[in-house]
Design a binder for this molecule. Structure first.
Ligand code: PEP
Ligand code: MN
Length: 355
C-alpha cells in the first residue's frame, strides 16, 4: 500500500537535518520537568519529549506520573514556547493528550508490536492532523512497523515519522537494543519520503553511546534525533544510565558532522559508473554460474544423486570466506554471499530435477 504522507509541519522549526526532540525519559515532578525544559530551551531545543505513561518491563517500578503530568507539559509550552511530545499506548491516552494540546505523539516500541493497540490508537486519532511518530516494534519485523504506518495513515494522519530505537535481544553486550541499521535503511528504501528519527538513548542504553550513535544516524542520512535528556540524569526515575544533561546534549549536537545527502561532483559520477560496470559483471558471472549449476542438476538427475552435497557446500563456504578475507573483505560477509548464491543454485537444480 502506498502511504499518503506530508512533511511534518511545526511552525518556526527549520526544515534542516537533524530535527531534534529532547527531554527526559519520564516526567517525574513538575520541578524536574520545568528545570529540564528551561535548560533545553536555552540550548535552542524546540521540541520537548517526556513520557507520561511508562511501559515498564516489570511491575513495581515507576510507571509514569499519568494525566497530571500533562498539565506540566502545557506549562512547558506556555513558558518556553517549545512544542511538546509524549508517548501514547491506548485510545484514552490519545484523548487525554489531544485535550491537553500535546503537539506531537509517538507510539512506543511495545505498542507498535501489537496491531490491536495500534488500530485502537488510529481510531482515536481520526480527524486529527498532528505529527505522529512510530517507534520500531521491539522485534525486528519491518512489515509490522510498516503496518503500523498504514493503520495510522488510513485514519487520515499524514504527518508521520519513524523512530529507530533498536531491537530487543538477549545479547546486551554493547547495546541495550541492537541497532540492526539495515532495517531502517530498508524502511527508507521502501518509503523514501518518511522522515526517520534515531533514538540513540534506547539503542545504546548508556550515555557513552549517545554521541557515536547520533553521528552514525546522521551519516546514514536520517532526518532527526530523539534524545533523552534530564536535568539530573543520575537521579532519574527511569533510564538513568542513558540520559544526558542538556549541557552534554548541546556539546554532542555541536560536534555532529552533517554530511550532504546529494552529490554534485563529477568524480563521484565517474566512480558510480565503475560501480555499475562491476554490478553488471557480477550479474553476468552469476548467470553463467547458474547455467553451470543447471547442467550439474541434469547430471545429478541422470545419476540419481541428491542435490545437496554438504561436504562440497562447506568446502565452498570455507574456501571463499578465506579468499575474501585475503582480499580485504569480512569472511563472514563472503560466507553470507555464497550462502545466498548456493540457495539460488539449489532452487534452480530443484527445478531441473522435478521437470
Ligand atoms: C521511551 O521513549 O521512553 C520509551 C519507553 O521508548 P521505547 O518505546 O523505545 O522503549
Ligand atoms: Mn526511556
Amino acid at each position: 500500500m502506498e502511504l499518503d504522507l506530508k512533511p511534518i509541519e511545526l511552525a518556526g522549526i527549520e526544515k534542516k537535518r537533524p530535527m531534534i526532540i529532547a527531554g527526559p525519559c519520564s516526567a517525574e515532578t513538575e520541578e524536574q520537568v520545568m528545570d529540564t525544559a528551561t535548560m533545553l530551551a536555552n540550548k535552542g531545543i524546540k521540541i520537548f519529549r517526556a513520557g507520561i505513561w511508562k511501559p515498564r518491563t516489570k511491575p513495581g517500578g515507576f510507571e509514569g506520573i499519568g494525566v497530571d503530568g500533562l498539565a506540566w507539559l502545557k506549562r512547558v509550552k506556555q513558558e518556553t514556547g517549545m512544542y511538546v511530545a509524549t508517548e501514547v499506548a491506548t485510545a484514552k491516552h490519545v484523548y487525554e493528550c489531544l485535550k491537553a494540546g500535546i503537539d506531537v505523539l509517538w507510539i512506543g516500541a511495545r505498542t507498535t508490536a501489537n496491531p490491536f493497540a495500534v488500530q485502537e490508537i488510529a481510531d482515536a486519532l481520526k480527524g486529527v492532523d498532528i505529527p505522529i511518530l512510530i517507534k520500531n516494534p521491539v522485534n525486528p519485523d519491518l512489515e509490522l512497523w510498516i503496518g503500523a504506518f498504514e493503520r495510522i495513515n488510513n485514519a487520515g494522519l499524514k504527518q508521520l515519522g519513524a523512530i529507530h530505537r533498536g531491537f530487543s535481544s538477549y545479547d546486551k553486550k554493547i547495546y541495550r537494543n541492537l541497532p540492526q541499521w539495515h532495517i531502517p535503511i530498508e524502511l527508507r528504501r521502501r518509503i523514501p519520503e518518511l522522515p526517520i528519527f534515531c533514538d540513540p538513548s534506547h539503542i545504546g542504553g548508556k550515555r557513552e553511546l549517545v554521541a557515536p550513535l547520533c553521528q552514525q544516524a546522521m551519516d546514514l542520512g536520517f532526518d532527526g534525533l530523539i534524545v533523552e535528556s534530564h536535568c539530573n540524569p543520575d537521579c532519574a526515575w527511569s533510564d538513568a544510565a542513558q540520559q544526558v544533561t542538556p549541557d552534554v546534549l548541546d556539546y554532542i549536537l555541536n560536534l555532529l558532522v552533517i554530511r550532504k545527502e546529494t552529490q554534485t561532483t563529477e568524480n563521484l559520477g565517474e566512480l558510480r559508473n565503475q560501480i555499475d560496470d562491476c554490478d553488471n559483471e557480477i550479474i553476468e558471472v552469476l548467470a553463467k554460474r547458474m547455467r553451470v549449476c543447471r547442467e550439474i542438476g541434469t547430471f545429478k538427475k541422470e545419476h540419481d544423486m541428491t542435490i545437496l552435497q554438504t561436504g562440497r557446500y562447506n568446502e565452498i563456504l570455507d574456501k571463499r570466506g578465506a579468499q575474501g578475507s585475503l582480499c580485504g573483505m569480512d569472511s563472514e560477509f563472503i560466507k553470507k554471499v555464497f550462502e545466498a548464491i548456493h540457495e539460488e543454485s539449489v532452487r534452480q537444480q530443484m527445478e531441473i530435477i522435478n521437470k
